[in-house]
Every structure is written in structure tokens, then in C-alpha cells.
Design a protein. Structure first.
Length: 49
């Protein structure tokens, strides 16, 4: 995505979804979940840059 093409509210909603999903799956599969979370955060970082 290009810089500034996604509204802040949309990013915030996506982050909340990631957090919710992370909490739910962390209880069952910690290792796999941490990898997924890091991937998601990296993707968000690329969008924000």
C-alpha cells in the first residue's frame, strides 16, 4: 500500500482485530501465534512507512 492511502480508523480496526485474534490463538498455539503476530506487525509497519 502507498503512504496515507488507508485512514487511521481502518488501521486501528485492523490492529484491534490482530490483537483479538492473537489473544485467542495464543492460548492454544503460542509459538505459531507469535510468528503470525510478528508478520502482521511487520506488514502494518510497511503500510505506515
Amino acid at each position: 500500500m502507498l503512504l496515507g492511502t488507508e485512514p487511521a480508523a481502518s488501521l486501528e480496526a485492523r490492529l484491534k482485530t490482530v490483537t483479538k485474534t492473537f489473544r485467542a490463538s495464543y492460548k492454544t498455539k503460542p509459538d505459531k501465534t507469535i510468528t503470525k503476530l510478528l508478520t502482521s506487525v511487520a506488514a502494518l509497519g510497511q503500510i505506515i512507512q
